[in-house]
Design a protein around this ligand. Structure first.
Ligand code: CUA
Length: 166
């Protein structure tokens, strides 16, 4: 069977494109350390967060030398706490949940970005480096005040960090 040269060329080109699309999708799904929220995520009761050991008193908690955990609650249209202060050069794990609708927790200018689903806990771990200030934004449209939904992450020098003790 004789296949025309142009036809051969376009056959080859479309094969290359198909393989390329599969590779980019695979890279987008599993590359860059991206993890998806799945059925194995811990669940919480969004109506009784005040009975949860972490979310009853959201905020920063020290769990090891240079290791911190932060519980954050997203609601229409705010985050609690609204300002998160953590020390530089430490490992910080955020646990975020929502009390009402789907939000996101996105630290601007970093790859820390997760969807926040009521009933589920989204956890992500970051290494803080130099001191600085970051905005936290909601990337999921969650209602009329969506654009006002923000918080702040402040990374302070280690010797200036002090946990509030209540
Ligand atoms: Cu919360 Cu948009």
């Amino acid at each position: 069977m004789n296949i025309h040269t142009y036809e051969k060329f376009w056959l080859a080109a479309s094969m290359v494109l198909i393989v390329g699309f599969i590779l980019t999708i695979t890279y987008g799904a599993v590359g860059l350390g991206i993890a998806m929220i799945d059925d194995s995520s811990p669940t919480v009761d969004p109506d009784n967060l005040d009975e949860h050991p972490g979310f009853a008193d959201p905020g920063v908690e020290q769990v090891g030398e240079n290791e911190y955990e932060v519980h954050v609650i997203a609601v229409q249209f705010a985050y609690f706490p609204n300002e998160i202060v953590v020390p530089a050069d430490s490992t910080v794990t955020f646990h975020v949940t929502s009390e009402d609708v789907i939000h996101s927790f996105s630290v601007v200018g970093t790859n820390a970005n997760t969807m926040v689903i009521p009933g589920e806990v989204a956890s992500l771990t970051v290494e803080t480096d130099d001191p600085g200030e970051y905005g936290i934004l909601c990337n999921e449209y969650c209602g009329v005040g969506h654009h006002d939904m923000e918080a702040r992450l402040v990374v302070v020098p280690q010797d200036e960090f002090e946990l509030e003790v209540e």
